[in-house]
Design a protein around this ligand. Sequence first.
Ligand SMILES: [Fe+2]
Length: 181
Amino acid sequence: MNDSVKKLWPELEWIKDEQLREKTARTWELALEKSVLKPEDLEKIQFTLLCGPDLQVTFMEHKRCVVHIAKSSGEKMNEFFGKDLPVNMDVLISGAILADVGKLLEYELDPDGRAVQGRYGKYLRHPFSGVSLAEECGVPPEVCHIIAAHAHEGDLIKRSTEAYIVHHADFMTFEPFRSRL
Ligand SMILES: [Fe+2]
């Protein structure tokens, strides 16, 4: 795991399976190699292009918050429903860390150096590009499923328990920014 990914994602340490932790980190490394964005840009750019220019929350603040909410939710579900609805915490945390990794390929820099959605991202939104990056790094299908199903594309398929958690953690921290009373 390289230092910039380690610094971006302290939550990688929560993944107990060493191989899965390395594959998860490697997917972020690969995305950064292919992206116009640098690790430091992720601490500055807005987390979404859909909430207007005044939004202050950064890409990493939002992505990390989703992982924290997903972890806490998984722990509570295991505590209360563990026998009936077990949550695999490693799969959940890896999937939450990787849900938006494909976004790094969605951006282009405009002539003023601002990050905007590019041609690639219009054709292949990040659930698709994220799976592609993750599979290249050997990430297992139960985690790729979370990437594939976390956004509205996943409304059309049956989600795993872990994918439901990541989907809701993501949307509960996005929709109130976009539209609320
Ligand atoms: Fe997403």
